[in-house]
Design a protein around this ligand. Sequence first.
Ligand SMILES: [Zn+2]
Length: 170
Amino acid sequence: MPRQITLPDGRTLEIECVSCALTSGLIESTGGVIYESENFHVHQDIAYPIRGLVILAAKRHFYCMDELTDDEQTEYMSLIHKLRSEQRKQLGIEKVYYFYNEDTTHHFHLWMVPRYEWMYEFGNSVESLRPVLLHARNHMNDDENMKSVEEGVSLLRESMKGFAGHDTVG
Ligand SMILES: [Zn+2]
């Protein structure tokens, strides 16, 4: 069933699956594509402006971890490892929360949420995730922060160039 989504820039779109719309390029994510291969698409989250918040999405439309092919499993792990390493090297991110749910309204995608000092006032561990994201969406939409988020995207994109012999597309 199509759903309506509103982007941070105010545009409203009606789409079947947000992940499909993003990985096919129908929706441009904040700052553009970070990395793309035949199987996966890496981008900044479009709803929550947090520097270094990376979404690793499968291009195929499926939901569950046990649906990954052998090739996808191998690439998935090496991509997470590489992205995590560049979050540290390029953006100084010391800790990351990983979040992935199979009953998503998108399709298969992993959130790699950086843990910043300011987030601790919202609690620890998984309980703080929702309040942290809402705070970012409602109070961090200013130009200065958006610039910093987009700069983070550029740094990550640069560092992913040539990874695993795959060229980025587009
Ligand atoms: Zn999809």
